[in-house]
Design a protein. Structure first.
Length: 409
């Protein structure tokens, strides 16, 4: 396998994933197309040199059905020679798409694109009516529970208090607000409407005034859901499986990831392919992982994925300067830091999905640009992204920022 490098990574702002979101009026394929257009214009890319594109999208129905990523390519004016596929690894889809594209670039000594799109304002989560979310009998047979209830079970199992979860959420909001106050990040693509007017140029979910007191007023979101069904319900199943006396429900709208709209794209290639295309390299990929973990608790997969990717990079967690994780509920973040023995000072330094929002199929790819921008800003070397998903799936990526752009180690 040839070493793979990241030439460029771009993302849209994350819009609110509801009927008040600024991006709701634009179709997912067009949002992704704007992202791809920015990627090619920023790099001067001859798109005929790209062999394939892999995109993540979770709810593949309606506007996001029929391989939305494939449709985005001609809408962006990309060459007919570029193929595409749209994949679904739940919330890890965008990062898994980047990993898959990197494998193509490595084996084919070529250029490839990994990315993702999700517009939860237009295509609500679960609207594809899949068995994972709508077939209770199959869920029970597979020992799956809704991820919000799983997050509460993790918090109960680990002894995380409501106050600890809320403190983490406040920190995410404060960090995101501070990053937003610094101005537009280099990788961000302002989104325009059909008339050319600006729709959004900032992450719009951030609530800068969030405090522990304001979060304390919010009721737990999953208590009634978990108790439903009595001895056959999800809480009862978790208690039997994990030896819990009861599940304490501590997650609510303020310490859970906000639903969002967004798109992202990452251009990758071997050294030879980037040289042929006259493209500099921003970073080198050192390790990747796409894996599974406890399917019931689901959200613990970030640890296993990160451990695998870091080991494949021949590094230790202590070597990683910055981590980006998907912040799928506050308990997931606390669990990651505890099991990885990583201080919060190195994790989600500009906030995460609790503050910025989680556009499911996009987030993993978007975090590549977020991490690269921050490594550049701080002059640091190693970064790791890890993201979990439903049913225990998870993906991770370890990168090395190249201090001398265009030099291939």
């Amino acid at each position: 396998m040839n070493p793979v490098y990241i030439a460029q990574a771009v993302r849209t702002p994350r819009g609110k994933g509801n009927d008040k979101g600024s991006l709701r009026g634009i179709k997912p394929a067009l949002l992704l197309a704007q992202t791809l257009s920015s990627l090619s214009s920023r790099t001067g890319l001859d798109t005929s040199q790209v062999s394939d594109a892999v995109f993540g999208c979770v709810t593949q129905t309606g506007d996001q059905g029929a391989s939305v990523g494939t449709l985005a390519l001609p809408l962006a004016g990309w060459d007919d020679a570029v193929g595409a596929v749209t994949i679904n690894r739940y919330c890890a889809s965008g990062l898994s798409a980047v990993n898959f594209a990197a494998l193509q670039a490595s084996h084919g000594d070529t250029l490839a694109v990994g990315g993702g799109v999700e517009m939860m304002s237009r295509v609500p989560m679960g609207s594809d009516q899949g068995a994972l979310t709508h077939d209770l009998a199959l869920q029970t047979m597979a020992h799956l529970v809704p991820i919000g209830i799983a997050a509460d079970a993790i918090a109960t199992q680990r002894g995380y208090t409501r106050e600890q979860l809320d403190d983490y959420a406040v920190s995410s909001q404060q960090r995101a607000a501070a990053a937003a106050a610094r101005g537009l990040s280099p990788s961000m693509v302002p989104v325009t409407g059909d008339d050319g007017q600006l729709l959004l140029d900032r992450d719009e979910n951030i609530r800068a005034g969030t405090t522990r007191a304001s979060l304390a007023a919010l009721a737990p979101s999953f208590a009634a859901w978990g108790a439903k069904g009595g001895d056959a319900g999800w809480d009862a199943q978790l208690c039997r499986s994990y030896g819990l006396a009861a599940v304490t429900h501590s997650h609510h709208a303020g310490n859970s990831p906000a639903m969002a709209d967004g798109a992202a794209a990452v251009l990758l290639g071997s050294a030879a392919a980037l040289t042929r295309a006259n493209l500099p390299a921003r970073a080198r990929i050192l390790g990747m992982a796409d894996t599974g973990s406890d399917r019931t608790l689901a959200l613990t997969g970030t640890v296993r994925a990160a451990q695998l990717a870091i080991a494949r990079a021949q590094l230790q967690p202590a070597d990683i300067d910055l981590f980006e994780i998907n912040e799928g509920f506050a308990a997931m973040a606390l669990h990651f830091m505890e099991d990885m023995n990583v201080d919060h000072a190195r994790v989600n330094v500009n906030g995460g999905a609790i503050a910025i929002g989680h556009a499911m199929g996009c987030t993993g790819a978007a975090l590549v640009s977020v991490l690269l921008d921050e490594l550049d800003r701080r002059g640091l070397r190693y970064g790791c992204i890890s993201i979990c998903g439903a049913a225990g799936v998870a993906s991770a990526l370890v990168i090395e920022r190249l201090s001398s752009v265009g030099v291939y180690p």
